[in-house]
Design a protein around this ligand. Structure first.
Ligand code: SAM
Length: 288
């Protein structure tokens, strides 16, 4: 049903961060049909898989509180060749991994290219991309160079910010804005050691209820999230996707997730019109 990866689709630098790679098509299909004419704002950037796979919008901005990640995106965009030079000869060794992990923990930011290379190496060589333990599997840095080039090109006109979501949303909000938000999920809030707890989930809901722009939010399906957003004018759709990590010990395991929006995502997009007329779009809304 969805197009396979093709030359127009940019692979994220870290396809596994946030695990959204499998979901990006579903998310983009739920954007309002005029999303290219809106300012597109991605609040919790992470691996940026949605931004990198969607068509360009007139204005675009991406944010993440993780300064390691944001510095990396900035270096990919501004100094991709220097970054590749730094990565060209790194060793895939536990000793090297532990050294860069220590350097990053000490917060080195005097040389932004070196900082970006360290973080890229750490994520690439760690188990599951978690940045904590050495993965021990072969990873080619050079294989990532074409991706770095493609991402550099795609980010040229994208504003990249490094702030808490509240300030970013307030800065970017307006009637012509489309926000896509993929916050840390409830009960899986520990991202690189920074907690995203209940007050943050409530703070986010309060902000979104006041927003002037359109917004689409993806979350894990749980009572807290459903209760928080079961509000008039809001749509909650339940979806399932394969849990790839669990397949080895639990075949068929799925993640239950929700898409929450302040507009009706079942309104068909022009590219979903079939020869026989409008293709009906079924959405499993559990609240609207
Ligand atoms: C679920 S991930 C996003 C995944 C991303 N959509 C993707 O496709 O890879 C959540 C991101 O939110 C960021 N984050 C956590 N707390 C934040 C905050 N208070 N403000 C902004 N970003 C935050 C984390 O650093 C993490 O990268």
């Amino acid at each position: 049903m969805y197009p396979e990866k093709g030359s127009d689709i940019i692979q994220p630098l870290f396809p596994w961060i946030g695990g959204k790679q499998a979901l990006y098509r579903m998310i983009i299909d739920r954007f309002p049909s005029d999303y290219r004419e809106r300012k597109y704002v991605e609040v919790f950037g992470g691996g940026a898989s949605v931004l990198l796979n969607k068509d360009r919008s007139v204005r675009e901005a991406i944010n993440d509180r993780n300064s390691n990640l944001v510095n990396l995106y900035r270096m990919v965009r501004e100094r991709p060749l220097e970054l590749q030079d730094r990565l060209r000869y790194v060793l895939n060794s536990r000793e090297d991994f532990d050294t860069i992990k220590r350097r990053l923990a000490q917060g080195h930011n005097k040389d932004p290219v070196k900082w970006a290379a360290d973080f890229f190496q750490l994520i690439k060589q760690s188990y599951g991309g978690g940045g904590t333990s050495f993965g021990g599997s072969p990873r080619s840095m050079r294989a990532a160079f074409p991706i770095i080039d493609a991402v550099a090109e795609r980010l040229q006109y994208v504003v990249i910010e490094n702030m808490d979501f509240e300030r970013f949303i307030k800065n970017q909000d307006g009637p012509g804005t489309l926000f896509y938000l993929d916050p840390p999920y409830v009960l899986t809030e520990d991202y690189y050691g920074k907690l995203f707890g209940p007050p943050d989930h409530f703070r986010l809901a309060d902000l979104l209820m006041e927003a002037q722009g359109l917004w689409l939010l993806s979350y894990n399906y749980c009572d807290t999230v459903v209760a928080l957003y079961s509000v008039p004018g809001i749509y909650i759709e339940k979806v399932e996707r394969i849990n790839n990590l669990a397949q080895r010990y639990d075949p068929g395991a799925v993640y239950e997730e929700v898409f929450i929006s302040n507009y009706d995502t079942s309104i068909v997009l022009p590219d979903q019109i079939s020869l026989t007329g409008y293709a009906p779009v079924e959405r499993n809304f559990i609240w609207k």
